[in-house]
Design a protein around this ligand. Structure first.
Ligand code: PLP
Length: 394
């Protein structure tokens, strides 16, 4: 019986798998997202090795930070060992203390919530907008109006008495959320804003780069992101004090001195190695080319789903945005449809995946406060990511 069903589904989705096979040059399995490397990447990595500066100091780290600041238009960029560490540092810089509350969204990768727990703070999860997949400014405002009061320039949760220190919206799959509206709400309530822009390097909202609206923005350079350093992250900010302190805390809080080792407080070994930064410098030179290819792929997906007559709707970039289309996504008509498609993809050696399990359903976030998450729950039942690697034309 189940064999019959799956063969039905194989027929039903055949045009989609044919389309995907045709879009990618891969012979066997088609991965969800694989990195692209060129001679330039190898050249810069070799230069780093030849310089002997492979660890946490070196010319490529400074150059990488300058390139990121220039590209995003941020005043400062501080590289870190990965995006999760960068998020942790950013929250520490917002003075997030044990017992404080931090507002985020449930529809995100676990790292967003983990960084809040590293600070021993309590996550509060508000709903997302259906069109952007990112935090809803209305949901944020409603939650604050229903639960918080303004006091001493900040926000206090009236139920728990805790300080609501920061807000961490996410630009999901590279699609910008309504970050200007979110910023207005945060400013009105005296809540610090850290953008989890891990997935959105190259994505602009109303002409301005994501990650540069808040007090800080964080990007990731993991192997599956739009450009990679192997592992890496960065904090961008316009606040010089934050930038200096991010660098200090990420380099074991060591006071600069030619030979003395003095650490006035507890720091972290969160600095990006020069070897990884070398790869990052080369990858950044190719970023616009990658995004052009990704946007072209997204447009062919969009046109395919508009014509295909399948119960699958392509998720398009929000209005007034340029998305990097890091991961292409579709909304299936139902949870059953999603499962059928994922099973068929497994059978076809095409990597598709459902959106992450919502954070409030994970054991580590059990009992966390949330606003009902109506849209997040609906999306999590139906969202599927499609193969999205850069396809290089000869
Ligand atoms: C990738 C990612 C991170 C963390 O990045 P790492 O570099 O893997 O630590 C954080 N948040 C989101 C939404 C991500 O996609």
């Amino acid at each position: 019986m189940s064999d019959l069903l799956s063969s039905d589904h194989r027929q039903k989705y055949k045009p989609l798998f044919d389309f995907i096979r045709n879009a990618f040059p891969n012979e066997g399995m088609i991965p969800l997202h694989e990195p692209r490397f060129s001679a330039l990447d190898k050249q810069y990595v070799n230069e780093a090795i030849d310089s002997t500066f492979v660890s946490s100091v070196g010319a490529f780290v400074d150059r990488f930070e300058r390139q990121i600041a220039e590209y995003t238009g941020a005043g400062y960029a501080v590289a870190a060992v990965n995006g999760t560490a960068a998020l942790h540092l950013a929250l520490l810089l917002c003075d997030v203390q044990p017992g404080d509350e931090v507002i985020t969204q449930a529809l995100t990768f676990v790292a967003t919530g983990a960084a809040i727990l590293y600070c021993q703070a309590k996550p509060v999860m508000v709903d997302v907008d259906k069109d952007t997949l990112g935090m809803s400014a209305d949901a944020l405002r409603n939650w604050l109006e229903n639960n918080a009061r303004k006091e001493g320039g900040g926000a206090i949760n009236q139920g728990t008495g805790a300080v609501i220190k920061a807000c961490v919206p996410v630009h999901v799959f590279g699609h910008p959320c309504r970050i200007d509206q979110i910023r207005d709400v945060c400013q009105e309530w005296g809540v610090k804003l850290v953008e989890d822009a891990s997935e959105s390097l190259g994505s602009f909202y109303k002409g301005r780069h994501t990650g540069t609206f808040g007090d800080m923005g964080v990007f990731s350079f993991n192997g599956n992101k739009v450009v990679t350093t192997g592992g890496g992250g960065v904090i961008v900010t316009n606040n010089e004090r934050f930038a200096k302190r991010a660098k200090f805390l990420s380099t074991t809080a060591k006071q600069p001195h030619p030979y003395e080792f003095f650490h006035p407080e507890l720091g972290y070994n969160y600095r990006l190695p020069n070897l990884n930064a070398a790869l990052g410098c080369a990858q950044l030179e190719q970023l616009e080319e990658f995004i052009e290819a990704k946007r072209e792929l997204a447009h062919t997906y969009r046109d395919f789903f508009n014509l295909a007559g399948m119960p699958l709707a392509f998720v398009e970039e929000p209005l007034e945005c340029r998305s990097n289309y890091w991961l292409n996504a579709i909304l299936t008509s139902s949870e059953q449809e999603k499962t059928a498609l994922l099973e068929a993809a497994l059978n076809e050696s095409v990597q598709m995946r459902p959106v992450w399990r919502l954070l409030h359903e994970l054991p580590m976030f059990e009992g966390c406060a949330h606003d009902g998450l109506t849209v997040s729950i609906e999306l999590s039942r139906r969202l599927v990511n499609l193969p999205s690697s850069v396809v290089q034309r000869p």
